[in-house]
Design a protein around this ligand. Structure first.
Ligand SMILES: [Zn+2]
Length: 373
């Protein structure tokens, strides 16, 4: 009797899993809170999944890996089919080894060796990464490469400090923002090596530039806009102002921007001015309230997935002054409590629904007919 019940329940679970796989019609995207790092999971209707980055390393590695694993469980995944490391900074690759212990990863993609050897990255690349990729497939991607994902068109537009030289489908027009583009100081770091992806699902288009910095955005987007427009921009470099130039953000004309910022990383006024003045923009969603935004430069709280641990009695209007470029902000308090992700569901016609899992605030963006704008 009891065995029959167990079999019946097991059958029900398998049946439900099959049903949800068959019924999936949307491209679901999870932007996971890794406290100012990156972890973005893509699950198309085929169930063939892609994860970009694995959050922080060091003492936060297990925490961030567990948060990403929760998202894979929510999506009903039993493996990660494709995993991309945008670049060898600890807030992007740090949680990878811990994550690989929780869920199998079938194929790895990256830009090649680090240009910025630091102890953590060097140790990871010399010993840990070879062991992980020994049981899987590793591909060093170049601009123009495609990653074969059933149901998605996945294009690499930047990698290893290089950008595509010819336009991708939908791109190629003159970029009017180039005339006013002013380069910043050259960026010799891993950020400029980031792997950038343009992902297309029917008419729905997403740009994920990793931490690509300002001057690379100029190389990519000028004189012609090689990417075209995007419905969704996973905002580059956590919403910092050494990325997110007008030639990139404004030319892409995203309807929705999601910033994977931390409480003290990203979201400073100069970046927010550009992000929030982007033509055609409907909303910005922030992973955290950022002290660097203050109330003056932030979005309404309902669009913010996570707060700050030490909530002040009165929210200052002005933004905190960010430390000078190249200097570290004072370390943020470690947040090991409940973290909320953004869950996005895109349809082939370009419709996008974003849900803030903290407050269940949800909003649907219908496709825009640009010719009537
Ligand atoms: Zn980063």
């Amino acid at each position: 009797m009891r065995a029959r019940l167990v079999i019946a329940i097991a059958g029900l679970i398998v049946g439900t899993a099959l049903l949800s796989a068959q019924a999936r019609r949307t491209l679901d995207i999870y932007v996971v809170d890794v406290e100012g790092g990156n972890a973005t999971l893509f699950v198309p209707p085929s169930g063939e999944s892609v994860l970009i980055d694995a959050g922080n390393g060091g003492p936060q590695a297990a925490r961030d890996a567990a948060r990403i694993f929760d998202a894979t469980r929510d999506a009903g995944l039993t493996q990660i089919d494709h995993y991309i490391t945008t670049h060898w900074h600890g807030d992007h690759f740090g949680g990878l080894a811990d994550l690989a212990k929780l869920i199998p990863i079938k194929a790895y993609y990256d830009h090649g060796p680090t240009v910025q050897p630091q102890p953590a990255a060097t140790e990871f690349l010399d010993t840990i990464y070879p062991a992980l990729t020994a049981q899987a497939k590793r591909t060093i991607v170049k601009p123009g490469d495609r990653i074969a994902v059933k149901g998605l068109d996945w294009r690499i537009f930047a990698s290893g400090g290089q950008v595509i030289q010819s336009s991708l489908p939908g791109g190629g027009g003159r970029n009017p923002f180039c005339a006013a583009f002013k380069p910043q100081d050259p960026d010799p770091t891993e950020n400029a090596q980031s792997v950038g992806s343009l992902i297309t699902f029917g008419k729905f288009r997403v740009v994920h530039p990793g931490d690509l910095t300002w001057n690379k955005e100029g190389e990519l987007m000028c004189p012609s806009n090689r990417l075209g427009t995007a419905d969704l921009l996973i905002v580059g470099h956590h919403g910092q102002s050494i990325s997110n130039s007008e030639v990139m953000v404004h030319a892409l004309r995203p309807r929705v921007e999601i910033i994977n910022n931390g409480t003290r990383k990203g979201g400073q006024p100069e970046a927010m001015r550009i992000l929030m003045s982007s033509p055609g923009l409907e909303d910005v969603w922030q992973m955290h309230f950022s002290l660097l935004s203050g109330q003056e430069y932030t979005v309404p709280g309902m669009f913010i997935a996570n707060g700050i641990d030490q909530q002040p009695d009165v929210m200052p209007i002005g933004a905190w002054t960010a430390p000078p470029q190249g200097q570290q902000a004072p370390p943020a308090p470690v947040h090991n409590g409940k973290a909320y992700w953004f869950k996005l569901s895109a349809q082939q016609d370009g419709t996008l629904t974003v849900t803030n899992t903290r407050n269940n605030f949800t909003k649907t963006y219908r496709p825009v007919n640009l010719s009537t704008n």
